[in-house]
Design a protein around this ligand. Structure first.
Ligand SMILES: N[C@@H](CCC(=O)N[C@@H](CS)C(=O)NCC(=O)O)C(=O)O
Length: 322
């Protein structure tokens, strides 16, 4: 039997109101409905501590699905820091809406417990990634933009690349600044927008940034700042590698498929082929965590099937000779 139209209208209105309340739990929005990422609590850029490199002292705590953690994981991998920083992967606890340790860590069962022990404000979010000092029992830094700079200065094997060479400081900063707002945060501003106009603004900015990236890479350089891989490339990868799997279907970032940006497509494959990078990618966990945990965006909890990541990344766009 058809539901009477006034009932449908009333349910829709009530449902939408509830949806807005739940979206507030995912993150705050400004008065125009634009998602605003809250600032991190331990964000002060630290000097490289004198204890850096002491075996067993520092841990990098990450989650598989988090793109901010992914960038730190990438720098850790590319600079071969496994000898001086232990990697600890936390798991999502979707019911509690927080990260939990697989085994109790320093007496903490969840990341929130660890944050509280380190003196964080009880209202503050307990986020990944973070660098933890086991001896001083403190969080060194939990803002990924600062953390990757620190990891780039961390004592590393002689073969480790410098991802922020002084002569490229200006273009690296310029790209990072642009990508952080328009791309890394941009996909979240699409997905977490509260109104059509807020989504339209974020989506237009995202695809304008893709056009700018395409134009720059079409000049023939392998990396964003020329011949050298840099932190600018590192921050782009976690967003681009999740595009078809989660951001296009769940956040509405689907105006143009990535293969229509051929230079950007090649760039992604080049980065994915770097030693150790594919081992930082967990497509099944990404889909499970995004579709399964972001309840207001996927109330059914259904996790859709997606393309095989390696096949997708290595695939040739239609009509291409690559
Ligand atoms: N400012 C942080 C943001 C990190 C962040 O938002 N991490 C998310 C996962 S993608 C998180 O841990 N959220 C847990 C929470 O908000 O309680 C950074 O870039 O490092």
């Amino acid at each position: 039997m058809a539901i009477p139209p006034p009932v449908v209208a009333a349910v829709r209105q009530a449902w939408h109101w509830q949806w807005l309340q739940l979206m507030g739990g995912l993150g705050p929005a400004d008065s125009e409905g634009n998602y605003r990422r809250p600032p991190a609590a331990f964000a002060t850029p630290p000097e490289c501590p004198a204890s850096a490199g002491q075996p067993g002292r520092h841990l990098l705590i990450v989650g598989r699905s988090c793109p901010w953690a992914h960038r730190a994981w990438l720098v850790w991998t590319l600079r071969e820091l496994e000898g001086s920083i232990e990697l600890l992967v936390v798991e999502p606890d979707p019911k509690a809406g927080r990260w939990r340790f697989v085994e109790p860590f320093e007496g903490a069962l969840s990341l929130v417990d660890l944050y509280r022990r380190c003196g964080s404000d009880p209202r503050a979010r307990a986020t990944v990634p973070l660098l933890y000092d086991r001896v001083d029992q403190r969080i060194v830094v939990n803002e990924s933009a600062r953390l990757i700079e620190l990891l780039n200065r961390w004592p590393a094997p002689a073969s480790a690349p410098d991802l922020e060479p002084i002569e490229l400081a200006e273009p690296i900063d310029r790209w990072r600044d642009h990508l952080q707002g328009a791309v890394n945060d941009g996909v979240y501003r699409c997905g977490f927008a509260r109104h059509q106009a807020a989504y339209d603004r974020a989506e237009a900015e995202l695809f304008a940034a893709f056009e700018a990236l395409e134009l720059s890479l079409a000049g023939g350089s392998p990396w964003l700042c020329g011949d050298r891989l840099s932190l600018a490339d590192v921050v782009l990868f976690p967003t681009l590698i999740r595009l078809e799997l989660v951001y296009a279907p769940l956040f509405g970032c689907s105006r143009r498929p990535l293969w229509q940006f051929p230079a950007l497509w090649d760039w992604r494959r080049r980065f994915h082929r770097l030693a150790g990078v594919s081992a930082t990618c967990f497509p099944a966990a990404w889909r499970r965590d995004y579709f399964g945990s972001l309840f207001p965006l996927q109330p059914s909890g259904i996790v859709p099937a997606g393309p095989d990541l390696a096949t997708l990344v290595e695939g040739c766009p239609p009509g291409s000779q690559r």
